[in-house]
Design a protein around this ligand. Sequence first.
Ligand code: F6P
Length: 308
Amino acid sequence: MKLSSPDYKGMDEKQARDDFKKRLENYERAYQTLGEEDEEDGIQYCKLINVGKKVIAYNIQGYLAGQCIFYLMNFNLSPRCIWLTRHGESTDNLIGKIGGDAPLSGRGKKYGDCLSRFIQHQRQENEKSRRVEAEAGMAISPLRERTVAVWTSMLTRTKETVEGFDPKEYDIKHIRFLNEIYAGICEGLSYSQIENEYPEEFEARRVNKLFYRYPGMGGESYLDVIQRLNPLIIEMERMTSDLLIVTHRVVLRILLGYLMDIDRSKMPEMDVHLHTLYCVEPKPHGTVVKKYRWDEELDWFVEEPVDK
Ligand code: F6P
């Protein structure tokens, strides 16, 4: 893994290994190792050995510290891609209604078909490069897993988007955490209806979209959705195989915001259009993000620059 670090890019393997060993010696000289002899001072510490294979936690107190250990224990560096997209266009998208549980439009179904073909194609390409790497004896990076997990929300429009995926080949799960923000009394209305019928609510949301909670039973804010996505993010970090998440506008903004390290205050205004697919690859030295737009005429995905 270290050999793929930018520090050793293009360097001869033996030279890089020798350099890295020297670097470790320097670290050992400069750092103080924490151990049992330090435990009497009442400090809190956590040691993470071999990317979480072994975790030593000492004197961990409090919710946040405990959550940090839990997070680190679930983290991994397996080479994988997290694909993310919104569902295909729904019949409610066509008339500008928010929320609800509408089915896909004809165009939305075409998007879903293309998505399954494209992901299958990517899978075959990965398989090919695995074989080439294996034949060339290039075992520098750990091997990619073959399986692809597919997660959708519990809503009809995301389930219909993955109808083209063969359940014998993909591990498909429908998860309530991935549902769209619940708009309470505004469910099923268009933005102009909300502005006319609930002008104060409309204005309050415009002023502070991150904190604004829709009124009415079950109404949510962006912060509520961030909160409910916590366990899902842990599960996403724990996955070692490729994963496709088919979800909704707010959830996609939050997941992408998390993966791309975007400040939460900017999340409610992020551009996440329908029929756009993101590929996020967590790497040891930073995350690589790619964006693909569905070209309806070509009926295929075309890569586009990512706007940050
Ligand atoms: O319009 C589609 C939709 O997913 C709605 O169901 C949801 O309320 C809305 O987008 C969220 O976007 P915003 O937070 O920008 O209003």
